[in-house]
Structure formats: C-alpha cells, structure tokens
Ligand binder design. Structure first.
Ligand SMILES: [Zn+2]
Length: 56
C-alpha cells in the first residue's frame, strides 16, 4: 500500500517510548488538536503557547 507516502517517520513525533511503553502525546488544551505537549520527567509543556501541566 502507498497511503502513507515516503516520509512515514513523521507520525512517530506524536509518540514516545516511556519505561518501555508507547505513550501517545497529549495535545495542548489552549492550542487544540494537532499541537502536542512536550513530555518531560515531571511536567508537560507546549512549545507554542507556553502552557505547562505538572504531572501528579
Ligand atoms: Zn499551546
């Protein structure tokens, strides 16, 4: 099948491996779907608007 095109690598930017599990990134509640939060050890942050959410 040829649905994804040659640059299928891009989709992996929406996922990360954490403790051996595949974790889907959360989107920013301010920017909306399509803007994903950067996941850090103790927080998540949006590189676009500066939104930060601490992990509980
Ligand atoms: Zn944002």
């Amino acid at each position: 099948m040829m649905g994804d095109g040659p640059n299928g690598k891009a989709k992996w930017a929406k996922y990360k491996i954490e403790d051996g599990q595949l974790v889907r990134s959360e989107s920013c509640p301010s920017c909306g779907p399509g803007v994903f939060l950067a996941i850090h050890a103790d927080r998540k942050s949006c590189g676009r608007c500066g939104y930060t959410s601490a992990n509980e």
